[in-house]
Write a protein that binds this ligand. Sequence first.
Ligand SMILES: [Zn+2]
Ligand SMILES: [Zn+2]
Length: 486
Amino acid sequence: MGKIPRLVLWLCRKFARQDLQELVAQLQDILAGRQPEPQPRDDFRQEHPHYRDFYVDPLAPRTQPPPAPARTLDWRQLRTQYQRQHRRPLAPIRRAGPNPLPSRCCCAHCGAPRDFLYRNDGRHACQLRCKVCGRVSQIARRHRPTKTPYWCPHCGRSLFCWKQRADCTLYKCPSERCPHYLQKQQALHWNEKLLQKLCRTQFKLRYQYREYHFQPAQLAPAAPDRPTVDLTRLHRSSNVLGLVLAFHISFALSARKTAQVLRRVFDVPLSYQSVLNYAQAAAYYCHAFNLRYKAPLSDTATGDETYLRVAGKYQYTFFFLDPQGHHITSYHVAPERDTLAATVALGEAARTLPENQALRFITDGNPAYQAGVHFLNAHRTASQPPHTLRQVIGLENLDAVSKQFRPFKQLIERLNRTYKYHVRPACGFATRNGAVALTTLFVTHYNFLRPHLSLGYRVPIPLPELSSITTLQGQWNKILALALAS
Ligand SMILES: [Zn+2]
Ligand SMILES: [Zn+2]
């Protein structure tokens, strides 16, 4: 009996009908790709690791053509050497008629003048052979103006515009002798080489660059909607608002439990919908507050994305954390974990950085981060140093980079677990605004109110305005007052 029928038999013996139905439903979700985790094992992918995947080359293209190769030989020295060996000078070429070569042309390798140059290719008359060094060169190097603004960082060939899409233009290196192309071709297994012959386009072997056309408006992090509740005119005392935020955000109680605590402990009649409305109104102001009160950045930012459910679909929250100060430097909620979302998060993490500094980003292997870093670097001036990216791949340290930067990755994983703890009581969100609002308030709590173990129970960004206030609800009220005042 095969292993699948045996497994089925075992399942039928162990589980009841209802359990099996649930199991089938979950497996169908996984197979349909409706869940980001876990993913089924992909045998084809494991056997063909080079099969086309969205992979972004870590090297950015050159924006200037590579300089012409320098001359390695000197024709005068070579000529003296010849004289020493043969005891007679190397004679110039004797021609019957006038010299047909242009007067300015010379050997590209040793600089010998036209008296020592032959035409090497008859009627085409574009190649020269040098009598001094014996090498060939072109009469005039072709300087065709190229339309593309990029050159391959591996071989120096100009990249051609391969595809034009709404959000990006793809450029590709055409060279058959590009070291990058040759190395990728070498790395193919014999069966992949066969497969590549059948479907040539399915393997990404050549150097490619995606130039994204994001507009500044697209690059703003997700912000909560302007609230319908006016916080300045709350008819209840502002202390209630502080209590709502303290229980709902800082102690991660669900909206229903927060309403219950207020009703049963503090005798404040409040519906759970009011709790949500208050939180969303506070989030609108706290978002601007979070962006304004950013602490000075160190030279490193570590980031990751995690998922939450909005109206039954997965959305992704991106975080960047400063590993020294333990404060969140960037947060963004997006429907996809694509290049745009990663670029927004990366851009916000670097927004307050001084002009002459660059960040070292540490992320997982998601190629969107590499594309995002290329985008940010392309929009920096020549005098600004480029941002760098280190990607920690997989769960095991299989390469030196992963080993060195794993501790940074663990910091952000820890933050994600804290975030999940705060998001879980909501059991998914009905609207995207709800998810953005809770994320915003979580960041305010994490940066300004939450004592951190590795900082000696200090908060990551201590504000002098909060130091004299002892209660949590008082501190929330003060933050709201500061946020509303501007
Ligand atoms: Zn020469
Ligand atoms: Zn190339």
